[in-house]
Design a protein around this ligand. Structure first.
Ligand code: RIB
Length: 310
């Protein structure tokens, strides 16, 4: 049976402000544009998995204003049976994107912080050995969800984002795959060099696979047998929001299809390059066919405006 994925994570309304530069302390700056779209690291990763052809269920909470978040997930093929609606507002994010496509994000937790023990147990009951639990750090009870999912025999993939020191109290020995960027790598290990971050994480969690994304510099893969570097696809960045989420979803979906680690990294790098070349979070994530076309075109090495140039 194909691997089933349960992503327990945030669903957000993203308010994306195009900026000349990201606002500094004490500064007031006018934005160049405003767009709203569905996002949230959890929802983005669910959508990336679904667009890549995986069987994915999303677990999480929306507020009374959350119908569009649920419809959007369902529209991309994510099973929404376990998403619950609670009183109050859904989560949202205020995202500044500068002219190089770099971002800065402020989160409002809202319903993402309303998960309960009863809800978590009821949801996890439907999953077990052979299934994969995908977590980030935008909902409450992250440590408990990780422990319960692992106790049910699920494989656990963790994107420790946004990083908070509470994560270091979770039982991270139960994590099979870590997906993190340089900022989170430094926060988790105290190291500054990517090589050192990966080595520190592999030494601490010897059974785990570590994937460290380095933006336009590429990404590193390490497990107990090997370590290698995957170059980035050359891309004119428009909006880097959800690049990491796309990478995570595509890597996991490719792995579930039986791809080698090298193929998983390449596929994930291509998918996130396409995402970076388009505006928004969830809407920017490509479908599997686009990524496959990229592989056919000489390895898919240059992307602009969501199109593969060569
Ligand atoms: O990773 C990108 C996401 O982070 C955005 O969609 C935003 O909602 C925040 O959760």
């Amino acid at each position: 049976m194909a691997m089933r994925f349960l992503v327990m994570g945030a669903l957000n309304y993203d308010h994306v402000y195009g900026m000349k530069h990201i606002v500094a302390p004490k500064e007031t700056a006018a934005s160049l544009r405003l767009e709203t779209a569905c996002g949230g690291k959890g929802l983005n990763q669910s959508i990336a998995l679904a667009k890549a052809g995986a069987a994915v269920w999303h677990g999480g909470m929306v507020g009374e204003d959350g119908a569009l978040l649920v419809e959007t997930a369902a529209g991309y093929g994510v099973c929404t049976d376990f998403i619950r609606t609670v009183p109050g507002r859904s989560g949202h994010a205020v995202i500044q994107v500068d002219q190089e496509g770099q971002n800065a994000i402020v989160l409002y937790g809202g319903s993402n912080q309303c998960l309960t023990k009863a809800y978590m147990q009821e949801t996890l009951l439907a999953f077990g050995r052979g299934d994969c639990l995908v977590l980030q750090n935008e909902v409450n009870m992250g440590g408990e969800i990780l422990a319960q999912g692992a106790a049910r025999g699920m494989e656990v993939a963790l994107n420790p984002s946004p990083f908070g020191t509470e994560i270091l109290n979770w039982d991270l020995s139960k994590v099979s795959l870590f997906f993190l960027n340089e900022v989170e790598g430094e926060q988790m290990t105290g190291k500054q060099e990517p090589e050192e971050m990966v080595s520190a994480l592999c030494a601490r969690y010897p059974a785990a696979t570590v994937v460290l994304t380095l933006g336009e510099k590429g990404a590193m893969y390490a497990d107990r047998e090997r370590k290698f570097f995957c170059p980035a696809v050359l891309v004119r960045a428009v909006d880097t929001t959800a690049a990491g989420d796309t990478f995570t979803g595509y890597f996991l979906a490719a792995r579930a299809k039986g791809f080698s680690p090298e193929q998983c990294m390449r596929t994930a790098a291509q998918a996130s390059a396409l995402a970076v070349s388009r505006q928004g979070a969830a809407p920017s994530i490509p479908v599997w066919e686009e990524v496959a076309r990229m592989t056919e075109k000489s390895g898919g090495s240059i992307v602009e405006n969501g199109e593969i140039l060569r």
